[in-house]
Design a protein around this ligand. Structure first.
Ligand code: UD1
Ligand code: MG
Length: 455
């Protein structure tokens, strides 16, 4: 058990101008989940006493997106130190440690957070633990100036750094664990007399040392402290997320024929021996049981696909699609809010929405459930073992009994009894020999006309 409780302060008041978005930066999604929620997932595993989010503009958006966090406002962005000061009221009665995170650095593994907590607990006089890293390109990050014993002396912002300091490759990720009993008194001692005219959180290092505390550094890998500031960064984070997700899927026994072309959601659940062909996209809320094959170019969201089913190629499964065991969904089939029982076949070119289809029913090519009258949605119920002929329109609400046959090309508006045959189309009428007579008559008419024109 850690010696101190921990509260988390997430900074998210920066303007995020490079995103060029009306949406708050931390609500942009990676793998279908807001970056803030990726971060909060890791934070939850620390079971913090309190989580405070510091926001500037678009406060309402963040408020609507989170529940068990306290939101505080920083109306003017006067620096990272100033931003943490905004949490002082929210943490007034709290005296444990405070972990400062950035809302736009969402993929810090929780074990790194735990390591920072451990380092502070182990070092008796350690007042502060900074998460550092050695980026390939140190660019404009703050530099960590360390003493011979590896402890941290101070952080110097790039703008304020000398050439020698800029040559240091150990950089500040921005994440910090601070003795909460001291934090706000230390923050009061910050000044904004620096190149940016801001209250730097990083100056706490010097303040803590001046108070006789030592400051430790925990080193992270660059990928773990990846920040997202632009659409390009977002795409990069997405690529990393997908890369990892594909690897975990394969490690868990899923075959990805061409991994780089399959896109998962943060919550895609896949059992073993699932095969996924190239160019498949998963939106949120998909559960796939074992031995399912998803064929190429399918788009699947909010769907459950049960054991042994086959889906695609070119299938579209939308929220509420529940595909039964051993069922088959073929090409250009769209299924929405519909339960298909074991062995159902919808092999070609169909729309199935707001429907129930009983076991082993066969739905012919081009069958459409007409579920919407422009105002309301209605249900179609197809019994077990029914056979729906091709190009049938089932005008809901309508029920097709178990084992019933519906003739191809029907427009079904009334319920069909169990084991009955329903035909609802124009009747066929044949005249033997008519085509030959017609051909002969027209040929001679045309010849007479041509002769007149002197052709
Ligand atoms: C900060 C660090 C720098 C570090 C870098 C890592 C300081 C002074 N500098 O610099 O050492 O290398 O992060 O990316 O801390 N924020 C607020 N309110 C503010 C200012 C910032 O909430 O008034 C938030 C931002 O939304 C962002 C985070 O704090 O999530 C960092 O702000 P940013 O402006 O990116 O800091 P840097 O100058 O990059
Ligand atoms: Mg920054």
């Amino acid at each position: 058990m850690p010696k101190h409780n921990v509260a988390v302060v997430i900074l998210a008041a920066g303007k995020g101008t490079r995103m060029k978005s009306a949406r708050h930066k931390v609500l942009h999604e990676v793998g279908g989940k807001a970056m803030l929620h990726h971060l909060l997932d890791s934070v939850h595993s620390l079971a913090p006493e309190k989580t405070v989010i510091v926001v500037g503009a678009e406060r309402d958006q963040v408020e609507a997106a989170v529940c068990d966090c306290e939101i505080v406002a920083q109306t003017e962005q006067l620096g990272t130190g100033h931003a943490v000061m905004m949490a002082s009221e929210a943490l007034e009665t709290y005296s444990g440690d405070v972990l400062v995170l950035y809302g736009d650095v969402p993929f810090i593994p929780s074990n790194l957070m735990k390591e920072m907590i451990q380092v502070r607990d182990d070092g008796g006089n350690t007042g502060l633990v900074v998460l550092g890293f050695r980026p390939k390109d140190p660019a404009r990050y703050g530099r960590l100036v360390t003493a011979r014993d590896g402890s941290l002396e101070r952080i110097v912002e790039y703008k304020d750094a000398s050439a020698a300091e800029r040559a240091i490759d150990l950089c500040n990720s921005g994440m910090m664990l601070i003795d909460g009993e001291k934090l706000f008194a230390w923050l009061d001692r910050l000044s904004n007399k620096n190149a940016a005219g801001e209250y730097y959180l990083t100056d706490l290092v010097a303040v803590a040392r001046a108070d006789g505390h030592s400051v430790a550094v925990v080193e992270a890998a660059e990928d773990d402290v990846l920040g997202i500031n632009s659409r390009e960064d977002l795409a990069h984070a997405e690529a990393r997320f997908q890369h990892k997700r594909r690897k975990t899927a394969m490690a868990a026994g899923v075959t990805l024929v061409d991994p780089e072309t399959v896109y998962f959601s943060h919550d895609t659940r896949l059992a073993a021996d699932v095969i996924i062909e190239p160019n498949v996209f998963f939106g949120p809320g998909v559960v796939i049981e074992d031995n399912v094959i998803i064929k190429a170019y399918s788009h699947i969201e909010g769907a459950r696909i049960r054991a042994g089913a086959s889906v695609g190629p070119f299938a579209r499964l939308r929220p509420g699609a529940d595909i039964g065991p051993e069922a088959k969904i073929g090409n250009f089939v769209e299924v929405k809010k519909a339960k298909l029982e074991r062995g159902v076949k919808v092999s070609h070119l169909s729309y199935i929405g707001d429907a129930f289809i009983g076991a082993d029913a066969n739905i012919g090519a081009g069958t459409i459930t007409c579920n919407y009258d422009g105002f309301l949605k209605f249900e179609t119920h197809i019994g077990a073992g029914a056979f729906i002929g091709s190009n049938t329109a089932l005008v809901a609400p309508v029920k097709i009994g178990d084992g019933a046959l519906v003739a191809a090309g029907s427009v079904i508006t009334n319920n069909v009894e169990k084991d009955a045959l329903a035909i609802a189309r124009g009747q066929q009428y044949d005249r033997p020999g008519f085509a030959a007579e017609f051909r002969a008559a027209q040929t001679s008419k045309k010849a007479a006309l041509d002769a007149k024109k002197g052709k």
